[in-house]
Design a protein around this ligand. Structure first.
Ligand code: 13P
Length: 349
């Protein structure tokens, strides 16, 4: 495979393909396992992820890359093959989460706002991850909308950290996925869609300004944004068409044409809603007389895995059912990346 950043970035957003975010930290995967009454151990986490990565058809046809957690990139399957080799054999590019989490941002808003950490020693960690096979990475910044928030301090500090991370990735031959997430869930998420638009636009402008200052090569990165959507607790929810239109408008206003691809996070949307939104956006772009500069696809965690997790339920006898559920969601999202998904196809599963 080519080692050029631009080629790796393009491969990640190849037509009809998207990214599987399987980089839950040990704390987060435990929460997911708790819901299916499964104890989270090194082996159960390995078994679950091995099940996903051995869904060969889904991986080959619909998944361009997989974001891994530090533990997973070092793990071996039961037969001794590394999980990295399993996904590479299926044609997927290994990626790695390199931030060390969102921590309270010192100052008067520290109970709500966070700054993502992980820059110290990152150059050395990236060199090791490259040796282990990673060709792209992820760093997630979290922005919370609440009364009077976010602060400029929070937007600025997180944008700056994203840019420093992205520059270090490119130096190491790794494509950075730049992920500034405006939360749609959590205790404060009662904002309407227009407030999400305002904060998303503001944040993306700040992020691209910092990327420019850090001399990040935009052709060699992927943006992973939230969609423009009302908070989960908002009294008024926007229609799918409004989410699609406002998201596209916001991205067109802020994301330079040099960026090859945009891969959304699902952020708490239901599986089908996340698919539907992506499909409507791609259908709008495909039907437009003015060409759009970037590819639009998925980099979903929850929206790709929820069905597979519950079908598996932690039981070895359910591996085939878990793989079927995963393959179905991957296929639906692949169609959405092409703008050709239809709700009727969900029933056909
Ligand atoms: P969700 O799709 O579950 O939001 O996860 C994507 C992700 O990688 C968050 O960092």
């Amino acid at each position: 495979m080519t080692e050029k950043l631009e080629d790796i970035a393009l491969a990640l957003v190849a037509p009809g393909k998207g990214i599987l975010a399987a980089d839950e930290s040990s704390g987060t995967i435990k929460k997911r396992f708790d819901k299916i009454n499964t104890v989270s151990t090194e082996d159960s986490r390995r078994d679950y992820r091995e099940m996903l990565f051995r869904s060969t058809d889904a991986m080959k046809n619909y998944v361009s890359g997989v974001i891994l957690y530090d533990e997973t990139i070092r793990q071996k399957a039961k037969d001794g093959t590394t999980l990295v080799d399993i996904m590479k054999a299926a044609g997927s590019i290994p990626g790695i989460k390199v931030d060390t989490g969102a921590k309270p941002l010192a100052g008067p808003t520290s109970k709500i706002e966070t700054i993502t950490e992980g820059l110290d020693g990152l150059r050395e960690r990236l060199a090791e991850y490259h040796k282990l096979g990673a060709r792209f990475a992820k760093w997630r910044a979290v922005i919370t909308i609440a009364d009077g928030l976010p602060t400029w301090n929070c937007v600025k500090a997180n944008s700056h950290a994203l840019a420093r991370y992205a520059a270090l990735c490119q130096e190491a031959g790794i494509v950075p996925i730049v992920e500034p997430e405006i939360l749609m869930d959590g205790e404060h998420a009662s904002h309407d869609i227009d407030e999400c638009y305002r904060v998303t636009e503001w944040t993306l402008r700040s992020v691209f300004r910092e990327l420019y200052d850090a001399r990040v090569n935009l052709e060699g990165m992927i943006l992973k944004p939230n969609m423009v959507i009302a908070g989960q607790k908002a009294a008024k929810q926007a229609s799918a068409e409004e989410v699609a239109e406002k998201t596209l408008k916001c991205l067109r206003a802020t994301v330079p044409a040099a960026v090859p691809g945009i891969a959304f996070l699902s952020g708490g949307q239901s599986d089908e809603t996340a698919t539907k939104h992506l499909s409507i956006m791609n259908a709008i772009m495909g039907g437009d007389s003015v060409p759009w500069p970037w590819k639009l696809t998925f980099s979903y965690g929850r929206a790709l895995q929820a069905a597979a997790l519950s079908a598996w339920g932690g039981k070895p006898e359910n591996v085939a059912a878990g793989q079927r559920a995963f393959a179905h969601r991957a296929k639906m999202n692949s169609l959405a990346a092409l703008g050709t998904w239809d709700a009727k196809l969900e029933k056909a599963a």
